[in-house]
Design a protein around this ligand. Sequence first.
Ligand SMILES: [Zn+2]
Length: 331
Amino acid sequence: MNYSLAFANRDVWVYIFIPQDTFQKALLESFLSYLKHFCQYQIIDRIDCARNFNKPNNILIFLVSSLANFKCLEKLRFLDVSLNIVAYFLYTEEFKKVDRKEFRAPIKALSFNIIYPDRYQRGLFYPNNQKIIDTVYYKSVRNKYKNIKIGDDITTYTHLTSKQQFFKIREIGLYFKEMKLNDTDRVAGAIAIRFRNGVLINASRTDKYNITEDRICYVEKYIPKSNEIYWVGTHTPSSETAVAFLAFQDFPFANILLHFHDKRMTYTPQLTQYRTDKYVTYGTPGEAKAIVRKLKETKNFAIAHGHGEFLIASDLAEARAYITKIISMIT
Ligand SMILES: [Zn+2]
């Protein structure tokens, strides 16, 4: 699926510092050849406060190669109307074992978004070029599906009260909090439960540690061929709706699907058997198929390479037991 068209609604301008060392230069070249399918870019030799980078309604992406370059950017001020993103440009490192204590919180900047590979004390993890494009997409356009809203209120639409199901979703969110399953980005991830012939799922960018009723959507239908989602609610549903829909079709006895980002699990070689062979771009029918294939292979648990975890279960008690088992395998 080509989603560069959605970027075309907003001009994307990428300003790039040429990194100093040769290893990063190779990485840069590979990224540039990838980037040209998505947008225009310009290579610059210094980050200059006097330069006017402001382009209303555009997405500006700066790629930097080091923390020193990042410090130069901090002094820049942008127009509020532009979405500014800084991407670190780093190297790949495979880890022997990943410990949560080693995971470092991402750097935050006041006036712009940052894309960073996952940072650890011993180094940085840069999965691939598609992940950088995906992160820009996630922070700007966000959802890749075609959203077709068919109603505002779930109870009115389905003639069923969804209160009980809402509390179930909220309870799973509190379980995420208890287990720190989504600490790196609380609004990422997804919680879906089977509801009639469809799925109840959190809205996109919902804080999983405190889910409120207005953040729940009912998705009645998903059409993989056109990547269309027919939904009821106030806010657009999670990007992982497609995975939930296809997983519930293939697992008739399952009622919940959980998606979270626990860095201990994502990168550790001890869980290789659960991991997809390659990075799969999020929010597409291709991702949904790749995840469901892995869930079937392992019976219930999959790790999207360089991204995060998916678990299918009949209820929260079963999910809890399985996650406890996974944690015991890596600690
Ligand atoms: Zn995710």
